[in-house]
Design a protein around this ligand. Structure first.
Ligand code: ASP
Length: 308
């Protein structure tokens, strides 16, 4: 199994299941649930930073490399484990793949997925600290999304947005089971202070997540709108299919995506695992890493990504 920065906390749980013969889908979901429960992580699940209105909205997806079936959710509120809603869509609602907002929440209730508070006091404070006093007053006094002042605040905040120091963003977990099946899971609270209803690449198959047993699994973190425009996860698999090694496949997919014009430049990362167990990653940041753990390991180890 491999996991992007801060996803390492889930690797032991996923590997324990794989050792017992569980499927890659089960192991990836279990690993991501651990990350979603980690309140210290402000970009995934419980403790995730809220949107501009102060509401935590979560995106997630999971894809099965054996069948290329997938499930995904966007802008879900009030559920700590969006990865499990995505999994349930994949298994129980095969005529659909992606549900968003109220429909996703309705389905989650029907599927018996646990509700829970996702906004922590610490995340609320970081959210407040990130808004100017005038902006905070506007955001907290909002009456409707059509309000001009609100839209201006959203745009100002997006323009001013720069990533905090250190690793931040979405979590990717890619796993392979004893039968050689691959699965990819992605979970995120998206951009802090994002416009309500904004859905990023993490929920979009092909962009932030793609998995095909015959080629590999790939996933992205970082500037989601770029990964959507570049269809970056699928693009990594095209590189693997063309015979590139995992690092080169990730580097080339990022380079191709980064050639797109974008006024909100922010880091972008890709990660992949092949059916023969090779793995690699790339980032636009220096010193970006990912975690790796196999069934015979006692703990995960950290591997450097290539830099684009
Ligand atoms: N890719 C995520 C999104 O666009 C954000 C991130 O990884 O930082 O929602």
């Amino acid at each position: 199994m491999i996991a992007s920065e801060r996803g390492e906390v889930g690797l032991a749980a996923g590997i324990a299941l794989l050792r017992d013969g569980a499927s890659a889908m089960d192991a990836v979901e279990a690993a991501i649930r651990v990350v979603e429960s980690n309140e210290a992580d402000h970009f995934v699940g419980v403790g995730g930073l809220p949107n501009l209105l102060g509401e935590v909205e979560l995106d997630a997806s999971i894809m099965d490399g054996a069948t290329r079936r997938a499930g995904a959710v966007g802008a879900v509120r009030g559920f700590p484990h969006p990865i499990s809603i995505a999994r349930a869509i994949c298994e129980q609602l095969p005529q659909h793949l992606l549900l968003v907002g109220a429909g996703a929440e309705r389905f989650a209730d029907e599927a018996g997925i646990e509700r829970g508070e996702t906004l922590t006091d610490e995340a609320r404070q970081i959210w407040r600290d990130g808004l100017s006093p005038a902006g905070l007053e506007r955001a907290e006094g909002m009456h409707g999304l059509g309000e001009v002042a609100y839209r201006q605040q959203a745009l100002d905040r997006l323009k001013a947005m720069s990533p905090p120091d250190g690793p931040w963003g979405t979590v990717n977990v890619i796993g392979m089971d004893a039968g050689g099946n691959l699965a990819v899971g992605v979970s995120t609270s998206g951009y802090p202070w994002k416009y309500p209803g904004r859905v990023g690449d993490s929920a979009l198959i092909g962009s932030g997540n793609y998995c095909d047993n015959s080629v590999g699994g790939a996933a992205c973190t970082g500037r989601g709108e770029l990964a959507i425009r570049g269809n970056t996860a699928r693009s990594v698999l095209q590189g693997l299919a063309a015979g590139h090694d995992p690092v080169k496949a990730c580097c080339e997919a990022l380079a191709e995506t980064l050639a797109l014009p974008d006024q909100f430049r922010a880091p972008l990362q890709a990660l992949c695992l092949t059916p023969d167990g090779r793995h690699g990653g790339a980032s636009t940041r220096a010193a970006s890493t990912y975690g790796v753990m196999t069934a015979s390991d006692h703990d995960f180890r950290i591997v450097q990504r290539g830099q684009v």
